[in-house]
Ligand binder design. Sequence first.
Ligand code: DX5
Length: 228
Amino acid sequence: MSAASIRYANTKTMPVEIIPAILAKDEKELRRKVESVEGLCETVQIDVMDGKFVDNATWADPDRFRKMPLPMPYEVHLMVADPLERLDAWSLAGCQRALIHAESVDDLAEALRTVKSYGMEAGISVNPETPVSAIEDAVAEADVVQVMGVHPGWMGQEFQEVAVEKVAELREKFPELIIEVDGGVSVGVARRLADAGADRLVSGSAVFNSGAPAKSLDALRADVEFEE
Ligand code: DX5
């Protein structure tokens, strides 16, 4: 049995969820990408970049999402200098979960409580250079911790191995925590992350650059399947 199966041996074997990452320059690209995975996944992740916290900017307007909702549940990955700024708008837009970067706020636990006060699940996102020790005190307030496999800002970057160790460390310290990984997730990397203890894997280029999102999603799911 793989480590992942051993990890869940005593409980229901939860399949690892694959979450397509939607990084879009405008509404047309966002809607096209969302439509291309409609019915193929439970959740999508909307990359929200302001060009300040990361040196890239994306289109993601909660007021537009409220007027024209997405056809599936979604989470926002807030790669922005002020992640609390538009939480009310995201909540009104029906966003299920908001992931905020530990590196973008002073009081992480308080920021997570603020996210939850708007009725959304609250997640911590940590960059490759940020150690687990930097977020340990806030994990109790988090519904999920997202480990970055790349430095945020762009799709198609090379996976950083430190993410595997960080997942294993989080799993060891917080056995019940939902652990998500975002950045550089492809077939092979996905398996190693699942074995290290990841519950959700976010994937951008491996899903969208293939030209066949359904096939790519199937390949990623096959890669993380638990052996019976
Ligand atoms: C950081 C973004 C990731 C990225 C994933 O740049 O938060 O979601 O779009 O893209 P891949 O899977 O290609 O690294």
